[in-house]
Design a binder for this molecule. Sequence first.
Ligand SMILES: *Cc1c(COP(=O)(O)O)cnc(C)c1O
Length: 375
Amino acid sequence: MHPETLAIYQSRMADANAGAVVPPISLSTTFEREADGSFPHGHIYSRSSNPNRDLLETALAQLEGGFAGLAFSSGQAATMTLLLALRPGDHVILGDDAYHGTPALLEELFHPWGLTYTRVDFTDLEAIRSSIHENTSLIWIETPSNPLLKIADIQAIADLAHNAGAWCACDNTWATPILQRPLDLGCDVVMHSTTKYIGGHSDVLSGALIFREDGDFYQRVRRYQTLGGAVAAPFDCWMLLRGTKTLTTRVKAQSATAMQLAQFLHEHPAVEAVHYPGLESHPGHAIAQKQMTRFGAMLSVQIKGGSDAAMAVAGRVQLFTRATSLGGIESLIEHRASVEGPNTTTPQNLLRISVGLEHADDLITDLEQALNALT
Ligand SMILES: *Cc1c(COP(=O)(O)O)cnc(C)c1O
C-alpha cells in the first residue's frame, strides 16, 4: 500500500461501543482485570501502554517500514531514552551540525554518566570511519542536517556502523517517512520529533522511535520507555494519528513550494547562499536524489550584509512568522544563530525557513519585498 492509503487504512479501529469511525480518546490510566487475573484487552496501566498510543505506534512503524514504534512526550525524550539503552563507557558519533539538543543531551546528561562522543562532518565518510573506536556503539545520522541542510549518505554510514558492530540511528524529523525511509537503507532505528511534520500543525510536543527489528536493543528501549515514563499522552497520540493521515499530502505540497522558494532565492542579488538539497548546485544533491523522493520543506538562506541584513529581512516579512520550530502548516522564519546562543557555529547571516502550506507566489512576493528593501 502507498503511504497515503496506509495512513488512513491502518488507523481505523473497531469500536465495539459505538461504532465510532474516529478512534475515541482513551483517558483511563488503568484497565480492568478479568476474574482470573488476566487483562483481556492487553492494557494494564497507561505508562506501559494505552489504546491511543498503540494505534500511533503501529501507524508510525508502518510508515517507516519498521517492526515497532515507541511514542514519547518529546523528541528529546525519545533521544534520551535511546541513549539510556547504551552502556557507560560507550562512544557515539554524530554530525557537526546535528540538531543542537542532541549534542546538548550527550554533553550535559550523558557525558557525566559515562558516554563519550565525537562530532564530525557527516558528508565526509573518511572522517566518520576514522572516528570509530572499539567502544563506538552508536552512529547518529541526521539528514538533511540542521541548519545547513548537509546531506549524509545513509546507506554508506549504516554500513560503516555495522562493520564496526555499532547501531545506526537516523533522526528523520526533517525528511519524514514520506521523503526518506532510513530503515530501508540499513538503519536500526529512526527517531522523530513528531512535534514537527507528523503533528504538522505546531500544536503537539512529542517524539518517537521506530525500530527495524525485534531484539535486545529494541526490548531495552521499550522497557526504559515504560520505566522512565516519558510517554506521549493519549490526547497527543490522538492528535498525532490525525496528523499522519494528511502527512503525505502536506509534505508533498510543502516540498514543492520549498523548491520554488529556493529557486527564487538562489537568483536574488541580495542572497549570498541558499542551502536546499533540491538545487543542482547543492553539494549533496546527487545523494539526496538517491535516498529521498523529494527534497523537503526546510531551507536556509545566507543574506549578504551579515547579521543585521538577515535580521532586517526577518523583520520585514509579513506572511512568515518569526518563530523557531518547523513542520507546521504555517511558514516560519528564524535567525538561527540567536536561537542557538553564543556557542553556535551557525553563520550569523543565516535565516532558516520552514515552508508551510500557503501559496508559493504569495510567499515569494513577501520574501521579494523584504529582500528588495535591503538594496
Ligand atoms: C525539534 C527537533 C528535535 C527535538 O524534538 P522536540 O520535540 O523539540 O523535543 C530533534 N531533532 C530535530 C531534527 C528537530 O527538529
